[in-house]
Design a protein around this ligand. Structure first.
Ligand SMILES: NC(=O)c1ccc[n+]([C@@H]2O[C@H](COP(=O)([O-])OP(=O)(O)OC[C@H]3O[C@@H](n4cnc5c(N)ncnc54)[C@H](O)[C@@H]3O)[C@@H](O)[C@H]2O)c1
Ligand SMILES: [Zn+2]
Ligand SMILES: [Zn+2]
Length: 382
């Protein structure tokens, strides 16, 4: 089969690999019909995630058709269309029972922090990813959601990650009716966090980024107010001024470890004194009002310097964060899409054949051609 293969920092290729096979009774093999590139893949691409091995297949956002199931699989059969969460979860451990699918104890032999994740380095278990023609799906009764016949792949594709992630970001922000919410990052995750903030009762939603085309997209797609931090001498003070002088009630970090906006942070990141930059996270803590909530869905890995934990402590903040527990949100968010509350596929700006994955990575990583979200289509799709 063809698969997107990591060849070292800033380089992916599309190569031929053996088709995946059933390895455990609870495995399924899925023929991928649509797969997407995520901001998280960029952290891998840029060499910021430990133990990302040359030759591994990227991709944790995908949907497709079940080709084959292991003898233990009860709920899926060949021919079923499924969308698959990025977390690989056993469904029965202490954490899975509490809905913490992202922290499953049984699917990641490399670490006891997070669950296994498709195509996300050996620090999340070394599973092959879904930017490929076929993928092995472990614990197939737990994660995959069957796609209703009346919905197309692209309508549901983002239930695999970014819609639930944005929603969990808004949920962790503890939004109450009448609240003002600031979302740092107007990428795909930020857009779904904004959309979800409205669903959860926000009165005002403000997006912050430095890319005008993304802010313009956010105004149109998510009906939010926007501010370009590159136009501001002090984004924290400006945001406070615009929110009654107090600061917003809730702030969501949908940027993660590759934030722009601080030369010092970037330099420390480049010198490998920390894994990237915590600029956005620092701004969330400084911007939110006293007693407010910071919700972190942007991804961070190893420890960082310069994080103003004293500011968070003395302001009495609530900090919430996690990888998304995708499976928990899928049925509910499917209904929002089906009822037309959310046009999930409306964020797709680029569709390319899987064979053009290197070009798609380039477009998305360098934010070229007004790219918001790239979807890859394998040739085996019919
Ligand atoms: N928690 C989870 O489960 C989960 C799931 C998916 C993605 N993520 C993470 O969410 C983050 C965003 O993903 P994405 O796909 O939207 O990525 P993206 O790269 O498309 O978007 C990030 C956006 O942040 C903007 N930005 C950079 N510095 C900023 C700053 N200081 N302030 C405000 N905006 C800034 C960029 O211009 C860009 O538009 C990534 O870190 C990704 O790894 C987390
Ligand atoms: Zn993702
Ligand atoms: Zn588990």
């Amino acid at each position: 089969m063809l698969a997107v293969s990591y060849e070292g920092p800033n380089r992916v290729t599309v190569t031929r690999k053996p088709d995946p096979e059933i390895q455990h009774p609870y495995d399924a093999i899925v023929r991928v019909t649509r797969t997407a590139i995520c901001g998280s893949d960029l952290h891998l691409l840029h060499g910021l995630i430990a133990d990302t091995r040359v030759g591994c297949t990227f991709g944790h956002e995908f949907c497709g058709v079940v080709e084959e199931v292991g003898p233990g699989v009860r709920t899926l059969a060949p021919g079923d269309r499924v969308v698959v969460p990025f977390n690989i979860s056993c469904g029965v451990c202490f954490f899975c029972q509490r809905g913490l699918y992202a922290n499953c104890a049984n699917t990641n032999i490399s670490s006891d922090l997070a669950s296994g994740v498709y195509g996300y380095s050996h620090t999340t278990g070394g599973f092959e990813g879904g930017q490929a023609e076929y993928v092995r799906v472990p614990f197939a009764d737990v994660g995959p959601l069957k796609i209703p016949d009346d919905m197309d792949d692209e309508e549901v594709l983002f239930l695999s990650d970014i819609f639930p992630t944005g929603y969990q970001g808004a949920e962790m922000a503890g939004i109450r009716g009448g609240d003002t919410v600031v979302v740092f990052g107007a990428g795909p995750v930020g857009l779904f966090a904004m959309t979800s903030a409205w669903l959860l009762g926000a009165e005002r939603v403000i997006a912050v980024d430095h890319l005008d085309y993304r802010l313009e997209f956010a105004r149109r797609y998510a009906k939010v107010e926007t501010v370009n931090f590159a136009d501001s001498d002090d984004i924290v003070m400006d945001l406070r001024d615009w929110t009654d002088g107090r600061g917003p009630d809730c702030v969501i970090d949908a940027v993660g470890m590759e934030a722009e906006g601080s030369k010092l942070q970037r330099v420390l990141g480049r010198m490998k004194l920390q894994a990237g930059a915590t600029t956005a996270l620092t701004w969330t803590i400084q911007t939110v009002r006293k007693g407010g909530t910071v919700s972190i869905v942007g991804v961070y890995g190893p420890p960082f310097n310069l994080l103003p934990i004293g500011t968070a402590m003395n302001k009495g903040l609530t900090l919430r964060m996690n990888q998304c527990n995708v499976r928990r949100y899928m049925p509910h968010l499917l209904e929002h899409i089906r009822k037309g509350h959310v046009n999930a596929k409306g964020i797709i700006t680029h569709r390319l054949p899987l064979t053009e994955a290197p070009r798609a990575y380039d477009l998305f990583a360098k934010k070229k051609d007004d790219c918001i979200k790239c979807v890859l289509v394998p040739h085996t799709t019919h």
